[in-house]
Design a binder for this molecule. Structure first.
Ligand code: ZN
Length: 337
């Protein structure tokens, strides 16, 4: 199966959390959380087109300067998404530096920031190097079903969780792909042509298998039927590759409201990246700090019917006990407590 996503942890689970997702065929990458990114090679940093910041505690946002430093002098647009207050925060960071020499660079980056508030509103603001990173106001739009980024091949949804402050959790979903086998079309005596687009659209609409599809036959097929049932064509000439789903959840308390939102957001994820800050023996501390224990992380993955669980964001108090945290989560995930 063709893999369009190639996700990996930015750091060791005891260091700043983050997941880097290489969109292999698009020569670009997405980044979930922006803590220390010094371990990402410059060429990897430069591929980043979209950054999703869960919240602005330092371990999730301090890497903005590293990103900025790398993009200076480059003609490049970076889109950054975060909770309310993110536009002001980026403005604060950019205004901390002196920009009188920007004109001397060959190109200049643009940062387009989107704030996502819990009521379903997105506000954008933009900072362009050409304008010495002065803020330009964007627009405010209402968004549906948590979708904050929608493109032809993928979408990203966000949910607002409670960690004492608002924290965004994310789900990246790839659209299902319909591949038509050209050789099989020709083997049936059919001609490749615009009718295939209508065939694909019928599938995407969820049309029933009996629906007739107008086909075009290759030369020498006179007298053949003008239509064939959708179901037969599906069987003979096409393959559907289900889109993959990756979810990223950090810094949240194990409350009913959070559980409900996480399970909905991460439902059926191929990989759920989730914090496992504390051992379950320290559940009281976890509750006070509004973080998850390893067992709670695994339970959430099971509730969400995730296919695979990857834990990250371990408390330094357990240094040397990483496997214990990972195991605690996996046992709850597989229901083997
Ligand atoms: Zn954190």
């Amino acid at each position: 199966m063709t893999r369009h996503f190639d996700p990996s942890l930015v750091n060791d689970p005891f260091d700043d959390p983050g997941v880097y997702i290489d969109l292999v065929f698009e020569r670009r990458a997405l980044l979930f959380d922006l803590g220390d990114v010094a371990r990402l090679a410059p060429r990897k940093l430069l591929r980043i087109s979209d950054v999703f910041v869960s919240h602005r505690h330092m371990d999730h946002f301090a890497g903005f300067d590293q990103l900025l430093r790398r993009f200076l002098g480059r003609e490049k647009m970076v889109r950054l998404y975060g909770p309310s207050g993110t536009i002001d925060a980026v403005e604060g960071k950019l205004s901390a530096y002196t920009w009188n020499l920007l004109d001397g660079y060959g190109g200049s980056p643009v940062f387009r920031i989107t704030e996502v508030d819990p009521t379903g509103r997105q506000t954008t603001g933009e900072f362009s190097g050409r304008r010495r990173f002065l803020r330009s106001e964007g627009m405010t739009v209402q968004y549906n079903d948590g979708v904050i980024l929608r493109e032809a091949g993928l979408q990203v949804r966000a949910a607002t969780l409670d960690h004492g402050v608002d924290v965004l959790a994310f789900a990246l979903e790839e659209r299902a792909q319909i591949n038509v086998w050209r050789n099989k079309v020709e083997a049936m005596g059919l001609a490749v042509g615009p009718w295939l687009r209508e065939f694909k659209e019928a599938i995407l609409r969820g049309a029933s298998d009996e629906v007739p599809i107008e086909v075009i036959w290759a030369d020498g097929q006179r007298g053949a039927p003008a239509v064939l049932p959708l179901g037969q064509l599906k069987q003979e000439i096409m393959q559907v590759t289900a889109g993959r789903k990756i979810s990223y959840v950090v810094d949240c308390a194990f409350t009913n409201a959070n559980i409900e939102k996480i399970v909905r957001l991460a439902q059926g994820a191929d990989i759920l990246f989730i914090e496992a800050m504390f051992l379950h023996a320290d559940a009281l501390v976890a509750e006070k700090r509004r973080h998850l224990t390893a067992r709670q992380a695994g339970t959430l993955a099971r509730f969400a019917s995730a296919k695979r669980l990857v834990t990250l964001h371990y408390s330094p108090r357990y240094k040397g006990q990483g496997p214990r945290l990972a195991r605690g989560a996996q046992e709850a995930f597989l229901d083997r407590l």
